[in-house]
Design a binder for this molecule. Sequence first.
Ligand SMILES: [Zn+2]
Ligand SMILES: [Zn+2]
Length: 278
Amino acid sequence: MQVTFFGVRGSTPCHGDSVARYGGNTSCVAVHVPGQGPLFFDLGTGARDLGAGQPQDGSFRGTCLLSHLHWDHTQGLPFFSPLHAEGAELDVYAPAQDDGRTVAEVIGQVIRPPLFPIVVDQLPGKVRFHDTADSEFMIGNVKVMARMVPHVGPTLGYRLEWQGHSVAYLSDHQQPHDGSFSVSEGARELAEGVDLLIHDSQYTSHEFATKNTWGHCTIDYAMWVAEHCHVRTLALFHHDPTRTDAMLDEVRESAVVKGESAGFAVLTAFEGLTVDVG
Ligand SMILES: [Zn+2]
Ligand SMILES: [Zn+2]
């Protein structure tokens, strides 16, 4: 199982010398499993680079597990170039909404004129949306667990298992508003004992103090979840757009030491990073 990061940034893409090493694209992470089509988390702006390496001739077949519908996780959809060819097919699993609308309806109200030149159905490739709640299902040989997790609006985290190896993805995860450390039952089920936990790490404690209802968590909270849920490796992810490369280097240095003493490894996710799981 190979995990490759195409977009690691939260909230909005960013650009410039100060963020060039970790990268400025928003959430998109591919999971490669031998013998089956591409499987990936989220359609942030990183999806453009993921798409560029996929078949462009209409033969593309793949699956996206979408955490939620915020812009930074969906903006890359129309720029995913395999869909620019007739015959391509993309299945998108996404959290069922709580206002009576289907995911396809919500996306259709955002990706449309005058906000965007075309609607999704005008892409030559076919996109199928699957409204998803807490569930388990198979994508090829990969077992998928989906659980609603605390954020702002309906949001899914995912756990993938393949041949005894496991990856969990909790890109946007609301820490308790008072800054304390506890985890929902669903989030714990996703993360418990995984080989690789890809987890929100948007804020410092100082930033969280004024943004404690914005749907995210601190780096320290991500570390606590990793320790509490006995993960082998934590990938700090969904970096705040204000977090420079130099700041992320500092975050990594301190987190690696803390992780070592707590019994797990820590990575600070960057664009182009590939992790072999298992
Ligand atoms: Zn996000
Ligand atoms: Zn979000």
